[in-house]
Design a protein around this ligand. Structure first.
Ligand SMILES: Cc1ncc(COP(=O)(O)O)c(C=O)c1O
Length: 401
């Protein structure tokens, strides 16, 4: 069994110029936008009291994104808000003037016309973009990396997008989407990662993810937890992690929680950067075979990297068994706790928490993070069973993949 690896963050700090991307005022706008959707409901925050006692911490909360807009993952929050902000900018408006009813009105359609939104995806982001494009009367073109399952492709096709599975990895699909957008009239790349020179849309996507963090912070308070002491978040390119870490840093500027980032070991670009320690990002190349499809990205988001470098305590590189363990434990909770249907990328942080609290060999990791009986831990189950066959294989059949 491969081991969990980790790096305690000792990278040099920067001037934190990206933190304002996640300013609370911006996140309020994102939240108001999402709340204007007829499909909107807050996703549940599962409170796992018995599990917390079993693991030896004070409280464990899991935000369950399998309920998000009927799409089984949090990702739609990003793509939809970025498309709204893009349309707002093009029509000279503020996004607060464009709630769902206005965005989908004939008047706005006449004013803005039709663009084609290009993107690359492991599944969840592309489904969110296709879903939003469909509702907003826009076109979407989606490219998927090799190894993607047919179910994920069908879910995107259902939304009327043009979609294919390429023979490339995720990062090369991103380059393809960007190239095609540049060659297409009114082509816009709406990608869930930033690189030098492409920062505006990914910043909006991160703000969209802020809705999830803002809901969680309110739900925590309602459940009697004024402030989490620890926040675990998973990362592919790190947009989500940057969003969550940025939001909670802005919410608790004087006393931020301890942040822990969890990646799939074959795609652990952020962990590698942290382990190198010089503050420069690292890139992971190749096929990146992992059950954590949503985390199989090897090139960090440049905006997020800056936020993470300044605020994360520990970066974890997790083998597949960690995610599988998390999926099984969340699906079969201790009696009295709620059940969470958590997919491979959704369950990795919980699996890591469970491993470090119960396995002697990870005692040092637990200590490095500072987890004990007083800790109140917030985690995000970012997807449900987005690959239902694999979910059954792992959870019901006890298989590895
Ligand atoms: C379910 C799920 N969780 C987490 C992530 C990671 O997000 P990011 O690539 O922004 O790090 C993804 C990305 O696609 C995902 O689909």
């Amino acid at each position: 069994m491969d081991s969990i690896k980790w790096a305690v963050n000792q990278m040099p700090k920067t001037d934190d110029s990206q933190l304002p991307v996640m300013a609370l005022t911006e996140i309020q706008k994102a939240r108001a936008f999402h709340e204007s959707f007829p499909q909107y409901t807050q996703t549940p925050l599962a409170k796992l009291d018995h599990m917390a006692a079993y693991l030896g911490v004070n409280q464990v909360f899991v935000k369950d994104e399998s309920y998000r807009f009927g799409l089984n993952a949090f990702k739609v929050l990003g793509g939809s808000f970025a498309m709204a902000r893009y349309i707002a900018k093009e029509t000279g408006k503020d996004v607060s003037e464009l709630p769902y009813a206005v965005l989908t009105s004939d008047k706005l359609r006449e004013e803005f016309g039709q663009a084609t939104f290009f993107t690359a995806t492991d599944g969840n982001h592309g489904r969110g973009v296709a879903w939003a494009a469909n509702r907003l009367g826009q076109k979407a073109v989606v490219h998927m990396p090799k190894g993607t399952t047919q179910t994920r492709l069908e879910n995107i096709k259902k939304e009327g997008a043009s979609v294919d599975i390429t023979d490339m990895n995720y990062d090369d699909c991103v380059r393809l989407a960007a190239k095609e957008a540049a060659e297409t009239e009114r082509g816009v790349v709406v990608q869930d990662t930033a690189w030098d020179g492409y920062e505006e849309i990914p910043a909006w996507i991160m703000q969209g993810y802020g809705t999830m963090a803002a809901e969680a912070s309110e739900q925590l308070k309602a459940a009697g937890c004024e402030r989490p002491t620890h926040v675990f978040v998973q990362a592919g390119v790190g947009s989500l992690a940057g969003a969550v870490v940025g939001y909670f840093t802005n919410l608790y500027p004087d006393n931020p929680p301890t942040f822990v980032v969890v990646e799939a070991d074959v795609a652990a670009c952020l962990y590698k950067g942290a382990a190198a320690g010089d503050g420069k990002p690292r890139i992971v190349d190749g096929d990146m075979q992992t059950i954590m499809a949503g985390l199989a990205c090897g090139e960090p988001n440049t905006i997020s990297w800056d936020i993470l470098k300044n605020h994360v305590k520990v970066f974890i590189s997790a083998p597949d068994w960690v995610a599988a363990k998390g999926m099984r434990m969340l699906s079969a909770p201790i009696k009295g706790d709620p059940q969470v249907t958590s997919g491979e990328s959704g369950a990795a942080p919980f699996g890591a928490l469970a491993a470090m609290m119960t396995m002697e060999e990870y005692k040092e990791l637990r200590n490095d993070i500072g987890l004990d009986e007083n800790s109140k831990v917030l985690l995000f189950s970012t997807e449900g069973d987005t690959d239902p066959e694999r979910y059954k294989n792992i959870v019901w059949e006890g298989k590895e993949r």
